[in-house]
Design a protein around this ligand. Structure first.
Ligand SMILES: [Zn+2]
Length: 125
């Protein structure tokens, strides 16, 4: 299911599991390996807002929270997936990524939702 794959891929992004990302990316839109390595944002939270699976097509709308270079940001996207009969698995195809920086002070509650102040949580970098 696309939603389960979305969650697995978020975890793979968060942990830097490049092999998983490549293996679940549709060959026609798959980026080169080096684009997935090197400095990457820290991924902190995933909220799936809606999803639908009607093989061979599916989509997942989500918002993700990340942090890079000392700043929080959000990524909103509707990701498209397709089911490949030959491989018998879903692949991520593409998405309409919208990135926004998030102005969260170090003394405000952390945007990850932990309830701690940001400086004692995800903004400890
Ligand atoms: Zn946090």
């Amino acid at each position: 299911m696309p939603e389960a794959l979305m969650r697995a891929r978020f975890t793979a992004f968060a942990l830097g599991m490049t092999e998983v990302l490549l293996a679940t990316w549709a060959p026609e839109t798959r980026p080169p390996r080096h684009a997935l390595e090197g400095a990457q944002p820290r991924w902190l939270r995933l909220d799936i807002e809606a999803s639908e699976a009607q093989p061979p097509e599916g989509w997942v709308r989500f918002q993700a929270l990340g942090r890079q270079d000392g700043r929080f940001f959000t990524l909103q996207e509707t990701s498209r997936f397709r089911f490949d009969d030959a491989a018998h698995q879903w692949f991520y195809v593409d998405g309409d990524a919208q990135w926004r920086s998030l102005s969260a002070g170090r003394n405000t509650s952390c945007p990850c939702g932990s309830g701690f102040k940001a400086k004692r949580c995800c903004a400890r970098d």
